[in-house]
Design a protein around this ligand. Structure first.
Ligand code: FES
Length: 162
């Protein structure tokens, strides 16, 4: 893994925080380590195509997951849903170089949250474009979902939109 790229991604994290007007949201937790990522997507029409206007994320996870999520939310901008779905965890973490074996699931978790958001949105088509949740009970922030808002428990690290 490219440590310089990792540090850069962490010191200039992009698109961190909840997106209240998002079209879709997806959340995935890793059974390997208990970390979680939530990703919001907003679409727009461009040249007759529906593309991702912007994306944001919250992470309840390790630095690698935060870095990949930050990079991924930039990489998918301007892409169609199909183009974004075609991106693998490897594609999403490419600027960080090859992830070490213990960190591969971090990128896969971001890919999972992205897929969940993309698929949640498609289920919502025909419903007036309203917000669609990946599953019930995800209306609050990630910390709300975990009932940990504003708290740090043990080694848990919560990244919140301030
Ligand atoms: Fe589990 Fe990175 S997401 S260690």
């Amino acid at each position: 893994m490219d440590e310089t790229a990792l540090q850069h991604a962490l010191t200039s994290t992009q698109n961190l925080g909840e997106m209240p007007d998002a079209d879709a949201v997806g959340t995935v937790g890793s059974p390997d380590c208990g970390d979680m990522v939530r990703l919001w997507i907003k679409y727009k029409e461009k040249d007759g195509r529906k593309v991702i206007d912007k994306a944001s994320f919250q992470s309840f996870g390790c630095q690698t997951a935060i870095a990949v999520a930050s990079i991924a939310t930039e990489l998918i901008r301007g892409k169609t849903k199909a183009e974004a779905l075609a991106m693998s965890a490897e594609d999403l973490s490419k600027p960080l170089g090859s992830l070490p074996p213990m960190k591969i699931h971090c990128g896969q978790m971001v890919e999972g949250a992205l897929r969940a958001a993309l698929e949640a949105e498609s289920k919502g088509q025909g419903e007036g474009g309203g917000e669609t949740r990946h599953q019930a009970g995800q209306s609050g922030t990630l910390a709300d979902a975990l009932n940990l808002s504003g708290k740090t428990q043990g080694k848990v690290k919560i990244i919140l939109n301030s």
